[in-house]
Every structure is written in structure tokens, then in C-alpha cells.
Write a protein that binds this ligand. Sequence first.
Ligand code: SAM
Ligand code: SF4
Length: 321
Amino acid sequence: MHLPRAAGAATLRVSVTDRCNLRCAYCMPEVGVPLLPRNEIPPLSELAGAVRWLVERFAVDRVKVTGGEPLVRGGLPAFVSAVAAIPGVREVSMTTNGTRLAASARELAGAGLGRVNVSLDTLDPVRFRELTRGGRVEEVLEGIDAALAAGLTPLKLNSVLRRSSFRDDVPALLSLASEKGVEVRFIELMQTGTEAAWAIAERVTGAVVRDWLVSEGARVTPLPDRPNAPARRMSIERGGQATATGWIDPVSHAFCDDCDRLRLDARGRLRRCLMDDHAFPLVDLLRRGEADVAAAASIYVGGKRPPDEMTIGSAMASIGG
Ligand code: SAM
Ligand code: SF4
């Protein structure tokens, strides 16, 4: 396992909100989403201060803004520009559902955002609306075009694989990705605290999907990758089109030994692993001016270990997926 200092460079994912304008079946319940009280969500200026503190101590050099849906939080461009200005930060990126990207891509690029990952599981408008409980796939497609036009590249699509529809969705997403010249990353569905029975029925491994693509005449060849990357990159050639893909198999192919990630959740608590329920109340301790925060944080981060099982007790939106 690469602990942040030892690795020399780490990635920090910052959840700027637990709120979202969609209700994806694998992430949130349709109604009764347990939202954090507003007074427990720190101002973005405090989160930016915590990011700076972590960059200075844990050799963080890449920061990913996430949520919830980061674009539902007001003041995001100022946050991005504060984080991008921290000495040592080489890249600020964002994971978004893309529905509000068309309106903000240019401003965010101007503020210092380098690139985006856009979550898109299906191009079928009906399936998209059902899966997200009300979303419009057209908005995401407009968001992708706006992000590309604003230079938020390399843009990656994030697609969660589902057993019931991968035979339709994966080929359509591969075609879109090669048409737009972007990479698509296929993610194995993880069982979170919400909709467990649905997740069990819908889970399919990346290996099953790749085998199916090969059985349909596709050629799958490994691509070079950077160390510690959670995705295994492969080129998929089908019908004369080659698409760069990444496969994130957190369940069947644990990448924990190479993980260099830290997270700040929407409450400003440091998290060493998505699957680890123990959190370190960083923003709170910094606010109270506690002594020895650095030593305590080092001990906490030093306890980063691969989890016993890949099951998350709470929805990813509150921790920062
Ligand atoms: N709202 C933004 C979005 O959807 O991109 C950012 C936050 S979302 C929690 C981050 C990523 O986590 C998305 O790509 C989403 O598909 C993924 N995700 C959420 N729940 C998941 C689950 N149960 N299994 C696999 N991926 C999941
Ligand atoms: Fe919202 Fe992203 Fe969760 Fe979907 S995956 S409900 S877009 S936070």
C-alpha cells in the first residue's frame, strides 16, 4: 500500500456537498435522502483551507472535486481557483453528473479546473430517466460538449455497469466515446447502504462484460497506465472503431494495495478509505485551533489498510464518490 508520504504524491477527493439534483438508484434512495444539516457543512473557504493544510503535510498534488453533485453548490468557481492556487497542486479535476455543466464549464475552466469526469451510464433517455429518477440525458450530452469546448480535457466518462442493460449500454457508450474522442471508464456496481437488493441483482463484473464484447467480435488489448491508477486501461476495437477504456473493478479486482487516495467528506472530515467508517474531524479540529492536529492526522492516515469487504455503510454522496 502506498501511504501518501511514502508515495511522494497523493490524490485528494473533496466532497463539497452531499446534495444532488439526481437520485441514481445505486447511490441514493428515491425519497427520504438523509441529508446533513446545513450547519454541519463547512463553508467552502474552510474546505479550501483544509485542502491547503493537507497538501502541505501529505504531499497531495492532485485534487478532485466531487459530491454529491458539486455543481449544485454555489461558489464553486471561487473554490476551484483557491485550490488551484495552492503551491504543489498540479491538477484540479471534478467528477460531475454533467447536468449543469453546459452553464458552468467555461467559468470553471477559467477558474483553474483542468478536466472533468462525467458520469453517464446509458444513452437511452428512458433508462437514464429511470436510473437517475428524473434526469434528462440530453443535458448531460450538452454538458459533455460544453466541457470539451472549454478544454476540460482529457474528459472521461464514468459508467456503472448493470446486468440488465450492459448489452445495450456498453456498445452505445463505446461509440459515443470514440465519436467524441474521450475515454470511458466502466465501474463495477458496489453495494451501498441504499437499494441493496437491486444492487445485488444488477451487479455484473467487468470481466463478464469484456468476455461478452469479445464474443461479439471485439478485440481487447491492454493500454499502458500510470502506477496506482484504480482503472485498468484497455483498448476495445469493434466495427473498425477503437475506444480507450478503463475498467474499475473494486469488487472483483481490489486495487487497494496501490491506493494513494485521501478524502475530505462533505462535513470536512478526513477519510482514509471509502469503506472505512472511521473519519478524522479535520476541519473541526483546525477550527478549534487544537494542538497536535498534524501528529494525530499522521497516525490516522498511517492506519490506512485494505478493507475486509468492499461494502459501504452509507451512500457515496456524503463521503464523496
Ligand atoms: N454526482 C457526481 C457524479 O455522479 O459524477 C459525483 C459524485 S458520484 C457519488 C461519483 C461517482 O460514484 C459516480 O461516477 C457514480 O456513478 C459513482 N457511484 C455512486 N454510487 C455507486 C455505486 N454504488 N457503485 C459504483 N459506483 C457508484
Ligand atoms: Fe447524484 Fe452522483 Fe449520486 Fe447520481 S451518483 S445520485 S448524480 S451524487
